[in-house]
Design a binder for this molecule. Structure first.
Ligand SMILES: Cc1cc2nc3c(=O)[nH]c(=O)nc-3n(C[C@H](O)[C@H](O)[C@H](O)COP(=O)(O)O)c2cc1C
Length: 311
């Protein structure tokens, strides 16, 4: 898989860099492709909170700095690793700037897994960084936790620590079906689920959930008005398969029937309902209000640090 590591330490031969190198070595030995960004050597400003990315140009940050080297790598990444020295009980300021700028793209397309590497002077100083990691990356971005690795004082650069990191990197496996975020479609007491694909439209929809939409059954679909979001015209397809869920051009549609006559239409498919779920949708009344939400693939917060494990 593609792994992006954001290294937030300014010291090229420091303790965090040693943790990153060991984790990278293990991951590369296991066949993964690893890209490390030393954010302290990059020109990355803090978020301006101008909302350009949510109002003017969808998901694009207005600030033209080195963060634009990281955005495409994040979009192609299956896993994100945050590595930081602990500064005043949190991530380094330089790394926090890069983290805040993820606000523009929101959910990176393929990202499914995360890990956290922290180096500090003392023990027991991780709560600030852990809170950010758990709430924003495991919870908000719905990523699977691949572990939190900490090193305090003399543990830094110790052979035991570096071997543990190499082993953790080497044990990483590609995301599987369990890592796929699912769209939950509720109509009254009925709920169906469909895995979301990796299109820009699906990612954009994830950013906008939960949503409520209403539509009437046309005989082939439930077509519901939905405020325009962002999608890539090139990712549209000709025709649909019964069970496809599409989002584009101001519509959310459950294409439950009519695949044989669908070839004249270009649709932006973001998910597909299996046959049983599609039957459930077909059996709904003529006019329906759908509650759309995102299913959390993992329970965030079940993180074990070395300290937790020792106590
Ligand atoms: C500005 C600053 C703030 C720090 N704050 C803490 C802290 O709150 N708790 C702690 O245990 N260590 C703290 N440290 C120590 C570093 O976290 C520690 O030396 C770490 O191993 C440095 O990693 P590096 O070699 O990658 O730079 C701080 C260091 C600096 C420079």
């Amino acid at each position: 898989m593609n792994i992006v590591i954001l290294n937030g330490s300014p010291r090229p031969s420091g303790n965090t860099a040693a943790m990153v190198a060991a984790y990278r070595e293990g991951a590369e030995q296991a066949g993964h492709h690893v890209t490390v960004f030393d954010v302290c050597r990059m020109r990355i400003a803090g978020c301006l909170a101008c909302e350009y990315c949510h109002t003017k140009e969808q998901r694009v940050c207005v600030q033209k700095d080195d963060m634009h080297e990281i955005y495409p790598a994040l979009d192609a990444a299956d896993m994100l690793v945050l590595a930081s020295p602990v500064y005043y009980h949190g991530l380094s300021g330089q790394l926090k700037c890069a983290v805040d700028r993820i606000y523009a793209p929101g959910y990176p397309r393929r990202l499914r897994k995360a890990a956290l590497l922290l180096s500090s002077g003392s023990t027991g100083v991780y709560d600030g960084a852990l809170y950010t990691y758990r709430q924003s990356f495991l919870g908000w971005l719905h990523l699977e936790d691949m572990g939190v690795f900490t090193a305090a004082g003399d543990e830094n650069k110790s052979p035991e620590l570096l071997e543990r990191l190499r082993a953790a990197g080497a044990a990483l496996t590609d995301p599987d079906d369990l890592n796929v975020p699912r769209l939950v479609i509720r109509a009254g007491d009925v709920a169906v689920r469909a895995p979301l694909n990796q299109t820009q439209a699906a990612r954009d929809l994830m950013n906008r959930l939960p949503l409520t939409v209403s539509g009437i059954n046309s005989g082939v679909d439930y077509c519901c008005e939905l405020k325009e979001g962002s999608f890539d015209e090139a990712e549209k397809q000709q025709g649909w398969t019964d069970g496809d869920v599409s989002v584009a051009d101001g519509w959310f549609a459950l294409l439950h029937s009519g695949q044989d006559q669908s070839q004249d239409y270009r649709v932006m498919v973001v998910a597909h309902l299996d046959e049983e779920a599609n039957e459930t949708i077909r059996a709904l009344p003529e006019q329906v209000t759908f509650e759309l939400s995102l299913e959390e693939p993992y329970l965030a917060g079940v993180v074990t640090t070395q300290e937790d494990a020792q106590s």
